[in-house]
Write a protein of this length. Sequence first.
Length: 315
Amino acid sequence: MIISAVVPCYKEQGRILGVLEKFGDIVNHIIVVDDACPENTGKFVKNNCEDPRVEVIEHDKNLGVGGATLTGYARAIELNSEIIVKVDGDGQMDPEMIPILIRPICNGISDYSKGNRFFRLDNISSMPTTRVIGNLILSFTSKMSSGYWKIFDPTNGFTAIHGKVAKLLPMEKMAYDYFFESDMLYRLNTLRAVVTDIPMEAIYGEESSSLKISSVLFPFALGHLKNLIKRIFYLYFLREFNLASLELIFGITMTLFGTIFGSINWYDSVTTGIPATTGVVILAALPVLIGTFLIVSFLNYDLQNQPDSPLHPRL
């Protein structure tokens, strides 16, 4: 089995050698992608790392962590890799955990596995509060947009994917920035790939995270909204049309009708001082209640409609 590790780097010169030293013999190729790093991390690795498995790719311009990862994916596919692992170069992930990370894929029960820093409660206490709150918000929105309701910690960059599944990814359409991991989950769901969470511990040193919640909150929210709309349309209207599709259509229609109708009559009642009749109140409230029930029913179906049969054995 050929296993390749992709290590995207940007301003990681002080930590990269320590990360590379931890890769065990299970990894056949280590692809370091210098994403136009101002510290010239790529050249630093070439001059100071003697591991023959290490290959350095240097970008002429900065593409973002997603772009760097996809460059590594493309090279790993050229090397006929059966499993491709991604490990960030900041030292927050332990490469010694790779055998555990890839186990679900090796056993044929998963197509993509990722780390989850929130599985063990004792790990949360050592995590910065802003990261905990940010990940809670991002995890919920990612569940909706990706359809993987049982997956947590969507921005975790410690991942592994089967080589055949990686070939199916529309790499030219995927996010190149920090939204990459979340966008990856959306793309995997459209392929109906099985995703598995792997409990892990994050190593927090003196480094400062380059992922600032305040700067990514709006772009992430917009990205999740777009992916949610595309996923719903693709899975429930383009690929198949079933009872859940009807529940969503009638649920949204009735909720909007009841809300708009009720708001108009409430405004008229306030401005004229004439209370709305019982019939008007019922006509406004009943569609909202029924519509809400239908939407909840659709969400329950969507929650149960997660991929459960691995894609790569069928390939």
